[in-house]
Design a protein around this ligand. Structure first.
Ligand code: AMP
Length: 589
């Protein structure tokens, strides 16, 4: 097909803002397109060469295009650049310059969709020394043969600014009408798209095998599935009502969503936005390869940074330091080790699992994983009662999670690829409380360090003082905020206080590796105070069988040598601070 035909349709699409008109134009275009060129047309329509997940960028800088245009038009780069500054659109500048040029010369060779696509493809893959010259040469060859209208769209595509505003769903509508007669054929097409994230591929399947081919569409390991998303409700009661009285509450981990495609040969990792992030997380790929017992699988989970000493989850900002890196990837993997909490399986040993109900999928997931330190299955508890859900929410938050994702457990609970629906409902707090004050806490125990902290302590178990009971009650594990040399010195510093068993005045549910006589005081900052079933501070004062804990605690660097252990923050003060925090939240709400 001639490229000018595509350029004319682009021009018409640009002139309309009505979706129906746009769809009509696309239907006609699709009908006129030879079947073997349909995928190229679909990609070019969206200013792409490939589906996004392949991450192929055209990589043409505006400067390069200006240089190529200047050469073709016989003008100086300054002049082209000046015109561009005025028009703000290289497409318009190129169109204008080619108009002048085409009065003088005849177009030599008509461009075709394939020749334009293939030339752009060569440009995208040009690499190494000489690639800049090659790109300019290829661009020149395109522009040399282009009419002014063609030049406008070639220029915009080259610099990544085609922006016709054709949404994926409009293309699917047009494919449905062109190949199925009306929009009712959109459903299987949409499903195929959701299972492959590749509009060009879906178009080529329907062009080649018709709707029957699309109905039989299969998941391919290596092609990402568009992720299922959650709805949100503000209360436990509403969530359970919406789910028909019962739901499976999973911890909502606050990290990076990862979809892992695993075969016996390789593992591909995709982000929530379907970028291929395998190179950024080689450690996760290795771990999954080792842990998942299946020939082929597509699983999903949330990756988060975990403090290897305390086992505590670290805030989202920590893992995000590992995104988008090109260098020192293995070093970062060592410095910021991550754990993946798997929560779904979408494909297993040749079988599509997306239409399997959730509880069955979860069973499959448990079957194929041997949980290990860095690969786990998301915590899940089925709940029928709003109070129980509230309690699970507190536990999730206390362990560093963002809240819960409560999932439908009925027979209809399929994996809705690419859709936001009521089968998964997130329960996040709408607030983020902030603790302004710091805490003066007493180390009453320590956990042995690992890795770089081997031979020293990985974390301290910290307590507040309860003057009424004359007891020390635990509030958090503390492993962050220490300088390396401080950590190395800790065992020596604590040596005089080391004891074989728990000190009689210590009240702890945790079992550290070492116990201390309560003696020193350290200043600790934190994000907020949460309820916790693991810590004894203020036990039962706010809620039965719950104490208080600190979320994301860190040492401020301040050793409170001026304070004795009985001068530490008290449990009563901590309870007051928790109540103040609640009031502040209510006031904000
Ligand atoms: P949001 O990004 O706030 O819309 O919440 C949805 C996101 O929560 C998902 O895209 C996942 O990345 C993440 N998530 C964390 N834990 C889970 C879980 N157990 N089940 C589903 N999604 C989860």
């Amino acid at each position: 097909m001639k490229y000018v035909k595509l350029a004319e349709v682009f021009d018409e699409i640009e002139a309309t803002s009505k979706r129906l008109e746009m769809t009509d134009l696309l239907v006609k275009l699709i009908k006129d397109t030879p079947r073997d060129e349909i995928s190229k047309v679909v990609y070019l329509l969206q200013g792409k060469l490939y589906p996004d997940y392949l991450g192929v960028e055209l990589g043409i800088a505006e400067k390069l295009l200006i240089k190529a245009v200047a050469e073709i038009a016989g003008k100086s780069e300054n002049l082209v650049d000046g015109d561009f500054k005025k028009s703000g659109d290289l497409g318009l500048t190129v169109e204008k310059l080619l108009q002048r040029k085409s009065q003088a010369t005849l177009v030599k060779r008509p461009l075709t969709v394939s020749s334009v696509y293939d030339t752009f493809d060569k440009i995208a893959h040009a690499a190494g020394s000489g690639s800049v010259d090659l790109k300019i040469r290829l661009l020149r060859s395109l522009l040399n043969d282009a009419s002014p209208l063609e030049g406008k769209f070639i220029a915009r595509m080259a610099v990544g600014k085609l922006r016709l505003g054709v949404a994926d769903m409009t293309v699917l509508d047009a494919l449905a009408i062109a190949y199925g007669g009306d929009k009712s054929a959109r459903e299987p097409l949409e499903r195929a798209y959701n299972l492959s994230s590749d509009l060009g591929y879906v178009a080529s399947v329907v062009a080649k095998d018709g709707l029957a081919g699309v109905e039989k569409f299969k998941i391919t390991v290596g092609r990402p599935i568009r992720p299922m998303l959650c709805e949100r409700l503000p209360s436990a009661r509403e969530i359970l009502e919406k789910l028909g009285g019962t739901g499976a509450a999973e911890y909502k981990y606050d990290g990076l969503r990862v979809q892992a495609h695993i075969t016996s040969k390789e593992v591909h990792l995709f982000s929530r936005r379907l970028e291929n992030i395998t190179d950024q997380f080689p450690d996760v790929a290795r771990l999954l390869k080792k842990t998942i017992k299946a020939k082929e699988a597509i699983v999903e989970g949330e990756c988060i940074a975990v403090d290897i000493h305390t086992g505590d989850m670290l805030p989202f900002q920590v893992i995000s330091q590992r995104r988008g890196r090109k260098h020192e990837i293995e070093k970062m993997a060592e410095e910021i080790p991550v754990t993946i909490f798997l929560f779904d399986v979408l494909y297993l040993n040749g079988k599509d699992q997306t239409l399997t109900p959730y509880l069955e999928r979860r069973k499959q997931l448990l079957k194929i994983i041997e949980p290990s330190e860095h690969v786990k299955v998301a915590e899940q508890v089925e709940a029928r009662d709003p109070d129980r859900l509230e309690q699970l929410m507190d536990e999730a938050v206390a362990s560093g999670c963002e809240g819960l994702v409560v999932k439908n457990t009925s027979e209809q609970s399929v994996y809705q690829a690419g859709a936001r629906g009521w089968l998964w409902i997130k329960y996040k707090r709408s607030y983020k409380a902030e603790v302004q004050d710091t805490f003066d806490l007493v180390p009453i125990g320590a956990f042995a360090g690992r890795g770089r902290r081997a031979g020293s302590y990985g974390a301290l178990l910290m307590a507040v003082y309860n003057p009424k009971e004359e007891a020390f009650e635990t509030l958090c594990k503390l492993g962050s905020g220490f300088k390396d040399e401080d950590l190395l010195n800790l065992p020596k510093m604590m040596q005089p206080y080391l004891i074989k068993q728990k000190h009689p005045r210590v009240n702890s549910l945790m079992q550290p590796d070492f116990w201390f006589v309560p003696s020193m005081v350290l200043e600790v900052a934190a994000d907020e105070i949460t309820l916790s079933p693991m810590h004894t501070c203020g036990w039962g004062l706010i809620r039965p069988r719950s104490g208080l804990a600190l979320r994301f605690p860190r040492f401020t660097g301040n050793w409170r040598k001026d304070k004795g252990p009985e001068d530490a923050t008290t449990s009563q003060e901590s309870v007051e601070m928790y109540r103040k925090q609640l009031k502040q939240i209510e006031a904000e709400a």
